[in-house]
Design a protein around this ligand. Sequence first.
Ligand code: DMJ
Length: 655
Amino acid sequence: MAVLPITSHDVQSDYDNAKFRRRSVFKVITQAALTSNVRRNCGSCGVGKLLALLMIAGLAFLTVAHTNPGISAASQIVQHISVKGQEKLIKEGNGNAEVWKRFWRKPPRLPPRLPPHGKAGNDSLAAEVHNQQQISGSAVRQTKVAEAFRHAWTGYKNYAMGSDELRPLSKRGVDGLGGLGATIVDSLDTAMIMGLNDIVREAGYWIEKDLPERLNEKGQVNLFETTIRVLGGLLSAYCLSGGENGTTGDWGSRTMLDGPNPKIYLERAQDLADRLMSAFTSSPTAIPFSDVILRERSAHPAPDGLSSTSEVSSLQLEFSYLSKLSGNPKYGDAAMHVLEHLKSLPKFEGLVPIYISPQSGHFSGQNIRLGSRGDSYYEYLIKVWLQQRAGHGGSDVSYLREMYDEAIKGVKHQLVQKSIPKGLVFVGELPSGEHGSFYPKMDHLVCFLPGTLALGATRGLTKQRAMEEGLMTIEDLENLKLAEDIMKTCYEMYAVTTTGLAPEIAHFHTQEFYEDGLQGGNKSSEFLDDIIIRYADRHNLLRPETVESLFVLHRITQDPKYQEWGWQIFQAFESHTKVDSGGYSSLNDVTVLPPSRRDKMETFFLGETLKYLYLLFGDDNVLPLDRFVFNTEAHPLPINGKGDENDHKSQTQAS
Ligand code: DMJ
């Protein structure tokens, strides 16, 4: 584990303030000489300079000997001169006389210690210095993350350009997502956010020149994966490059972006969406088929006939935004129809099974979980509500907020438990549904939940701002607390392993469940006995969910510990997944050193993981969460009536 740098938070909670620290007599004398006007005035004389210094030393010695040993008069002078009075004395031009007078004054009483988050602390020079240090520390961290992104992109470009994904060890590409150059499109807006214009150009012109042919010729793709990664990536690129007549250009970027005309991204998005629409139009119900043949503009169900619940309910941010941009309501209508249909189905305390049949329109099976196939159902309920609740003249989406609130109550009532012996709060599963027993398994995928809960609690505002505006109910506060508790668990899933990286799945030790000998390997973790990691679950796919939630929680709570946790995770990725020749690789086992590598760099490592890490260490005014909503693949899209208003001032900024 890396040693943590001192943060402004550490400093504040120690009530430390450089202005009031005790100093040695030697330091006091030297500093008095160096910081007073004597120094300035004698700068041009020779013997005079020496004499003056000796006099100061002698007088200071006498003063120190006759004053309270706790705080010397000289140090008060240093304090006064170096912090507050220096400017005044210089301006008044009688610095020397003032300095001598002050030597004989009684030392003033120490001011009271400042509260850790008090206003006075923020105004002090010490706080300012620490803020500056934090800002420059964050800049260093952002640079490191941008370098990692470049390393990942370079590996992809050198060995796999045009393929969906890079196999970094065998140095070749692989088309696991239908052959649309998924890494390129998934990465583009990350490069925009990082201001890496050469990569924006490479990706942008590939999309302009090569993507049309792929769309025409390629066969089967998964509706959900293609929507969140490719359609979402194109729409976000359009938005961030100022496509809406420049009206969304105000997302916090300081870089002029290169690449093709933004309208290219929109044209490609619409071409793709027109083909994907067959998944909706071919289905006999509101539930779309899962697979689309792009070149034929046809669709069919998955081999088992079922669609995943999370997949059919995580298309709406993208299709609705496309409708708004294109002026054609068909995309948004089809996607929103799914949610309206889901609203009408019976649920268990707002919780839903992970499969649904497009043939019957009903849920299939009993399995309830917030991990794979269930996750982004819950995420999009609140995000689509956030995106569309303020839409001008749009339809009423309050039912989504109600579905979300009911589901979160269900999560708290049915799925949240604490591990033993140390009490980590985790989210388990109900594999046999309502009448079956609780199973203490949590996928890494569930770590999207802290971020989603926090967004739901404050609507993207900082907690402070939401409280000031009286927007938070008791339930919102509870949900934010739960978000922080689960966030800690997600972080500990990393910290408990030998590599500092989380496994794909963890089980938790409870009264009813324990498996011996399956620990994470980091002997200094206090949660070794709480977190159980089965052999089959020890891989790491470079997934984003934990750093995604760290980013959101940091924005909302402003607690710097989330940045520290993110930095540790980033360093672990750097240490164990970086491939020298370019790219990063998934791992087979996070509990052993060195971990063996899987030879695969998932597109979401560039599209999500590195983007969220970069934003975590950056300025809160970049893509503020009250104006932009991130789709489940981390592509930011404007919130209706907010991101698209020219003169809109970010509420985050205002706070
Ligand atoms: C991504 O494609 C999305 O975040 C999705 O919602 C879940 N799986 C991956 C990342 O783990």
